[in-house]
Design a protein. Sequence first.
Lengths: 223, 208
Amino acid sequence: MKTVLTVLRKDLLLELRGLETLPAMILFAIVTFVIFHFGLNRDTIDGQLAAGVLTVTLLFAAMLGINRLFVAEREQGGFDAFLLAPVDRSALLVAKATALFLFLVVLEVIAVPAFGLLLLGPSLGPALAGLIAVLALGDVALAVIGTLVSAIAVQTRARDLIGPIIGLPLLLPALIGMARGAGPLLVAHGSSGPPGKWVAILALYDVVFALLSYAVFDFLLED
Amino acid sequence: MLRDVSLDVPAGSTLAVLGRNGAGKSTLLRILATLLRPHAGEVRVFGEALPRRGFAVRGRLGLLAHDPLLYRDLSGRENLGYHARLHGVAFERVEEVLEAVGMGGRADEPVRTLSRGLVQRLAVCRAVLHGPALLLLDEPLANLDPAATELVSPLIGRGCGATRVLTSHDPQAALAEADLVLGLEDGRAAFVTSPDKVDAAAVKRLYA
């Protein structure tokens, strides 16, 4: 746990200093909402369409963060320095996934209200608690799978290409779960909570990939 | 690629590895540092077989490579603090090594703003922070002026107390530091001998 906090603290400090990832993710999400606004030629959207627009935007914004997650480790020797330390290597996975999860939370704190202002018809208020639950479960999937994919992609020369090519298919079930879970919440007088089936699928997907990532991450760090 | 390299380095001694660019010097150091997995053969560090027992070795060795292994957007003190936490070293040790290399006054500047020589001093601090028993030194004096070389000498020089494996493109300087010399030619051991028995012509051939 101490190692996880050490790496996480370092990652957050690096992001605060460089501001390379989060501003890009946030700007991308807001610009995408504006593009959807004009592309769909609609002032407001709701229901499943709104959920689709929101989750697809968050997914693509997350890809920006995923692509950059291990760049400092690769380019500045962070991998070697970590591997030379007498620590559990899976701490790097947990720390990176936690950092990405926190980036996604910050992104959503800004992007979801912006979505409510720019595109969403119904008020966000009644849906907020359910939406937070769905997004949190989706964020865990994005963070865990994104960390795994990023660790693979960063070892290749075409990391900006490999990330989406491997990551998007793996993230598709999570995207479906998030969209289906959020859809009933984003209608006027809609459901107060997300559908249990999709919440369960998201949670199961999170657990499966968390275990899978824990099992294989050590091998990804081998040169 | 390394082939037919076989030698023992006694504890507390210094092995100098000579050879031109691409001869395999850095590869040898990375294998000893547990960062590269050998495809065949046997490598033992502190009697522990690598890579299987790598976890028993990490933390007891320090690597000073071409890359300083420092984050450019963090200051020297922040970088060393990070490494100290990873190695379970008290923060007082960070100040101790910073003072030793004359970096106490500039340790709060981002690494990206420092000259190569100052970054190399910080890299020396990082490599010795946890008091390793084995130092793997790849061109350790690169970018250091004579005054800085003198400053880092107690930490990575002959008197530091650690077993050392060092590479250098300067054969004379390396021979002066060594108890044992390995000449590498295209990944193969051209000679393994004591410094006083090194044939000048053989050394010249290594760099031809």
